[in-house]
Design a protein around this ligand. Structure first.
Ligand code: BGC
Ligand code: NOJ
Length: 847
C-alpha cells in the first residue's frame, strides 16, 4: 500500500477528532445542532445551515460540486495593518478560503461543535462553532489573541451568504431570484436602524420573500459596534473575484452596501486593536426566526424583530455562551453515559463510547438528506432508513424515537405498503418517489420492537396512527405492524417467496423496470410488477427475522393480558402469534426449498423467474444481502446452510477492506436488473463494500458462534482501524463510517465515499453493543450473550436501562461464545437474562 499520510488523530479525553492539516483528501465535516436548527461544517469552515428541512428552509447558500471543492461557508477574513503602512495579505483561521499559509492550523470536531484555530504572524484566531440546545442559531465565538510584543491592528471581516430559502429553486430560477433579495440592517452606532428598541451590537437581516408568504427571516449578528458592513455580494466581492479574495477584504475597506436583488450576503467589518498579549472575544450569531402571520411587521415593510432581539440577548456575552456550551457538553455527557464500555482496546472503546453513538444521532436527525454527498434537496426521511436509524439511537432519547415511529407509520397505506420517503417539514409522504418497495413494511416492526425492548413502553402500540396522514383513518400502531407483515404474505410469488416490488433494501435491484431510456430514473420509472415473478430472498430473511419478533411480541402481550390493539377485536394475541408463526414456517420452507443454491442463499428471482445470485449465473453469482438476512434468520442452520453461507461470504465476498456486495462484479449492463449493473465494477451496489450490510453478516456470524470471523469482519470497517491504516486512500472522514468503500474489483479498492448518512451507523452499533459485547435489551431485562474473538480479555459495560443502571463485568475464557454463569448482585442466575429491576446492579458474567 502506498505511503499513507496522516491528517489528524483522535483525542478521546475531549471526545474530539483533531485535524492538523487543512488539506485533507476530502472535506472532513461535522454536524452542529441537535433538533430544528442544523449546520454542516467542514474542517475549513465550509458548509451551510438550515432549519428542519435542508430543502425548504436553507438559510445559507452552498454550492455542491464546486471548483475548488467546498467553496462557501461561514468565513472570517483577517487583514493586519502593517506598521510600515499597507495591509497584510488576508488570512482565514480555517486556511480556506484565503489559503494563505498559516503558522498553525487545527480543527477539532467534537460532539455537536467544531473549534477551528489558525495563527499567522503571532495573531491567533480561534472560532468555536455550535448550536446551543433549544436555540435556532449557530454561535461563532471568535477569540483573537496577540501573541507578539507589538500592538496589532486588525481588520476583521465576517461573511455569510444567504440562500433564498428553497435550496432547489435557489439553484435554478435565476430570472426570479436575481430580483427578490431583500435585507435590513440594524447598526445603531452607524446610525442605521429600523426599529425603536434598544439593541446592542450589529445585525444584518435576510428577509427575501418575507413580504409575501414567508413568516420567517434570518439574521447575522455580532455583539459589538462595527465600522462597516456589506450585504450585496457583488459589491463586496467584485464580480470576478472568488471567496479567497473579496475586493473589500483585499482593499481592507468595506462598502456599506445594501442588497436589492442579486445575491444578498452578510458581512461585518470590525477594526480590532490588540495590545501585546491581549485577547478579545467577539460573538457572532446566525439566527432564524418565525413570526405569527399577524405579527410579521413592526411598521410597513419593516420586519418584527422582537424574537431576534430576544434570541440575541440570550447569547450576547461570553458568560452566556460559556453557559450554553457547558449545557451542550453536559447533554452529550449524559447521552454517552447510557452505554459505555471499557476494554483493553482503545480503538474499540472510542468507537463504541463516542463516535459510533454520535453518528447514530446524526443519522437519526438527517436520515439521508444533507451531507457532502446528499445535497439536501433530493431525499427526505426514508421509511426503511429512518426505522433502522432509530435502532441506533433509541437508547439515547427514547421519546424522540417514539415520535419518529409514529411519524413514519403515519405514511403507511392501509394495505401495509408505504411511502418510501417523507419530508421532515411536512411529515407527508413524498409523491415523487411513491411506494412499492416491498421490504419497507417489515422495517416498521424492526424499529418498533427496538423501542419496546429499550423502554418497556407498550402504550405506543395503542397510539392511534392514520394511514397516509388522512384524518379519520386512524388505527392502533399495533394494527400497523400487523398489516406490515400481511403485506409480505399477501404478496408472494411463484416460489412462495416475497415479491420484490420496485426494489428491496437494494434500491438498485430494479427487477421490474427494464429501462433503455437514459432520461428516466431507475427509482421512479414504471414498475412492471403486474405479472412479474421477481422474488427477493433478502425480504424472505428480513420477514423471518421481523415476523419472529412479532410472534414473540404477541406472545408477550398475551402473557401480560394486554387488551387494546387487534383490529378484529378478538384481542387474541396467541391466535395472532400462531397465525404468523405458521407464515414464518412456510417462509423458512420456501427458502430451504427454492432459495438455496448449494453453497449459499440465492439473491432473487427475476421478472421471468430466473435465478439471481446463483452459481448458474455468468456474473454476480453470490450476493451479500441474502447471506446476511438468511443467516440472521438462522434458516437451515441445522442442515448446515448457515455455516456454508458464512464460509461462502469469506471465500467470495470478503476482501482487505470489507465484504463486497456481490461477486463477480457486473461488467456489463443487464437491463432486466436495473440500476445495479449501471455502476462500474467495485462501486456502490455493484460489488462495492456497502458497509451497511456488512453487519448483517457479522450478526449472522455471532449467532453461529463464530466470534473470530465476526470480529475480523467488524474491525475491517471500523473507522478507528481504518484511520490508523489508510487516511489518504480512505479519503473521507476517518471518525465515522461511510456508505461505501470501493471493493476489490474497483480501480481504487479501499477508497471511501458517501460518509456520515448511512444505515451503517445504526447497524454497527447494534452489532457491537448487542451481539459482540452482547448486552441485548429484551422485554423483561437485559440478555447477556457476547460473541468474541478468542483473544478477548475482560471488559466492563455500564448500561443505563430504563430506571436501572447495570455494571456488567464480562470474563471471557477463549471460547468465542457461550455464557457459563451469571451472578447478579452476588446471587447466581439461571440462564442469560438479567431481569429488569430499578436501581443499581452489578453483574458478573463468566464465559
Ligand atoms: C443509490 C442507492 C440509493 C438510491 C436512492 C441510488 O442511485 O445507488 O444507494 O439508495 O439511489 O434513491
Ligand atoms: C441507500 C439507501 O438510503 C438505502 O435505503 C438503501 O437500502 C441502500 N442505499 C442500498 O441501495
Amino acid at each position: 500500500m502506498e505511503q499513507q499520510k496522516r491528517y489528524g488523530h483522535f483525542d478521546d479525553k475531549n471526545r474530539e477528532y483533531v485535524i492538523t492539516d487543512p488539506q485533507t483528501p476530502w472535506p472532513w465535516i461535522n454536524y452542529l445542532g441537535n433538533e430544528d436548527f442544523f449546520s454542516l461544517i467542514s474542517n475549513t469552515a465550509g458548509g451551510y445551515s438550515f432549519y428542519k428541512d435542508a430543502k425548504f428552509r436553507r438559510i445559507t447558500r452552498y454550492r455542491y460540486n464546486g471548483v475548488p471543492m467546498d467553496s462557501g461557508g461561514r468565513y472570517f477574513y483577517i487583514v493586519e495593518s502593517l506598521p510600515q503602512g499597507g495591509n497584510s495579505q488576508p488570512w482565514s483561521p480555517g486556511w480556506k478560503p484565503c489559503k494563505t499559509p498559516l503558522d498553525f492550523y487545527e480543527c477539532r470536531h467534537g460532539m455537536s461543535y467544531t473549534r477551528i484555530t489558525g495563527r499567522k504572524n503571532q495573531v491567533e484566531a480561534s472560532v468555536l462553532f455550535f448550536v446551543p440546545l433549544g436555540k435556532w442559531a449557530e454561535v461563532q465565538r471568535l477569540t483573537l489573541t496577540n501573541q507578539s510584543q507589538q500592538v496589532k491592528h486588525l481588520k476583521l471581516f465576517s461573511f455569510e451568504e444567504w440562500c433564498l430559502w428553497n435550496a432547489a429553486t435557489d439553484m435554478e430560477n435565476f430570472q426570479r431570484n436575481f430580483s427578490t433579495g431583500e435585507v435590513e440592517v440594524e447598526i445603531p452606532n452607524l446610525g442605521i436602524s429600523t426599529s425603536n428598541s434598544k439593541v446592542e451590537g450589529s445585525t444584518i437581516y435576510h428577509k427575501t420573500e418575507y413580504r409575501e408568504r414567508r413568516n420567517h427571516y434570518a439574521f447575522y449578528h455580532v455583539n459589538t459596534p462595527v465600522q462597516g458592513f456589506d450585504t450585496d455580494r457583488e459589491t463586496f466581492m467584485g464580480l470576478y473575484n472568488g471567496f479567497d479574495a473579496p475586493q473589500a477584504v483585499v482593499e481592507g475597506r468595506p462598502r456599506n452596501s445594501h442588497a436589492h436583488g442579486w445575491s444578498p450576503i452578510a458581512s461585518h467589518y470590525i477594526e480590532v486593536e490588540l495590545q501585546p498579549g491581549e485577547q478579545k472575544e467577539l460573538i457572532f450569531l446566525l439566527g432564524y426566526v418565525e413570526n405569527e402571520q399577524e405579527e410579521k411587521f413592526s411598521a410597513p415593510q419593516v420586519i418584527n424583530k422582537d424574537k431576534a432581539h430576544a434570541l440575541i440577548a440570550s447569547l450576547d456575552t461570553t458568560e452566556k455562551v460559556d453557559q450554553a456550551f457547558a449545557e451542550l457538553n453536559a447533554y452529550w455527557d449524559s447521552l454517552l453515559n447510557i452505554y459505555n464500555v471499557r476494554t483493553r482496546n482503545d480503538k474499540l472503546d472510542r468507537m463504541v463510547n463516542i463516535w459510533n453513538q454520535y453518528q447514530c444521532m446524526v443519522t437519526f436527525n438527517f436520515s439521508r438528506s444533507a451531507s457532502f454527498f446528499e445535497s439536501g434537496i433530493g431525499r427526505g426521511m426514508g421509511f426503511r432508513d429512518s426505522n433502522q436509524d432509530l435502532v441506533g439511537f433509541v437508547h439515547q432519547i427514547p421519546s424522540r424515537a417514539r415520535q419518529r415511529i409514529i411519524d413514519i407509520a403515519s405514511t403507511q397505506f392501509p394495505d401495509g405498503g408505504c411511502y418510501h420517503q417523507y419530508q421532515p417539514l411536512t411529515k407527508r409522504g413524498n409523491n415523487d418517489i411513491g411506494g412499492g418497495f416491498n421490504d419497507d413494511p417489515c422495517w416498521l416492526i424492526f424499529g418498533t420492537v427496538a423501542y419496546l425492548k429499550e423502554t418497556g413502553d407498550f402504550s405506543i402500540l395503542d397510539e392511534q396512527v392514520p394511514f397516509d396522514n388522512q384524518p379519520g383513518t386512524e388505527v392502533s400502531l399495533f394494527e400497523h405492524l400487523r398489516v406490515s407483515l400481511n403485506h409480505v404474505i399477501e404478496n408472494l410469488g411463484p416460489h412462495k417467496l416475497p415479491l420484490i416490488g420496485r426494489a428491496d433494501w437494494n434500491d438498485c435491484l430494479n427487477l421490474n423496470c427494464f429501462s433503455w431510456d437514459p432520461n428516466e430514473s431507475f427509482q421512479t420509472t414504471e414498475n412492471k410488477s403486474e405479472g412479474s415473478q421477481a422474488e427477493s430472498l433478502m425480504i424472505a430473511g428480513l420477514f423471518v427475522v421481523t415476523a419472529k419478533e412479532y410472534v414473540a411480541l404477541c406472545r408477550h402481550l398475551a402473557d401480560r393480558g394486554w387488551h387494546p390493539g387487534l383490529a378484529d377485536s378478538s384481542h387474541d394475541y396467541q391466535r395472532e402469534a400462531d397465525r404468523m408463526e405458521k407464515a414464518v414456517e412456510d417462509m423458512v420452507e420456501a427458502v430451504k426449498r427454492d432459495g438455496w443454491d448449494g453453497e449459499w442463499y440465492l439473491r432473487a428471482y427475476d421478472y421471468f423467474g430466473r435465478k439471481i445470485g446463483s452459481k448458474e449465473c455468468d456474473e454476480a453469482k453470490i450476493f451479500i444481502e441474502s447471506q446476511g438476512w438468511c443467516t440472521m434468520a438462522e434458516i437451515g442452520a441445522e442442515e448446515g446452510m448457515v455455516d456454508k453461507s458464512l464460509d461462502a461470504v469469506k471465500k467470495y465476498l470478503e476482501c482487505e477492506h470489507g465484504i463486497v456486495l456481490n461477486n463477480p462484479a457486473f461488467t456489463k449492463y443487464v437491463y432486466e436488473y436495473g440500476e445495479i449493473s449501471s455502476y462500474p465494477e467495485g462501486y456502490k451496489e455493484n460489488a462495492g463494500i456497502f458497509c451497511h450490510n456488512n453487519p448483517w453478516v457479522i450478526i449472522g456470524e455471532t449467532l453461529a458462534g463464530r466470534g473470530n470471523d465476526a470480529w475480523s469482519h467488524y474491525a475491517k470497517i471500523l473507522p478507528s482501524y481504518v484511520e490508523e491504516k489508510c487516511q489518504t486512500l480512505h479519503k473521507v472522514e476517518p471518525y465515522v463510517n461511510c456508505q461505501m468503500v470501493a471493493g476489490k474489483d474497483a480501480a481504487r479498492p479501499g477508497e471511501g465515499k458517501n460518509s456520515w448518512l448511512t444505515g451503517t451507523a445504526a447497524w454497527m452499533w447494534l452489532t457491537v453493543s448487542q451481539y459482540i459485547l452482547g448486552v441485548k435489551p429484551q422485554y423483561d431485562g437485559l440478555e447477556i450473550d457476547p460473541c468474541l474473538p478468542a483473544t478477548a480479555g475482560d471488559y466492563t459495560v455500564s448500561r443505563h436501562f430504563r430506571e436501572a443502571e447495570y455494571t456488567i463485568n464480562v470474563h471471557p475464557n477463549g471460547s468465542q461464545r457461550g455464557v457459563k454463569a451469571i451472578v447478579l448482585d452476588g446471587k447466581p442466575l439461571e440462564g442469560t437474562l438479567v431481569p429488569y429491576a430499578p436501581g443499581k446492579h452489578t453483574v458478573e458474567v463468566t464465559m
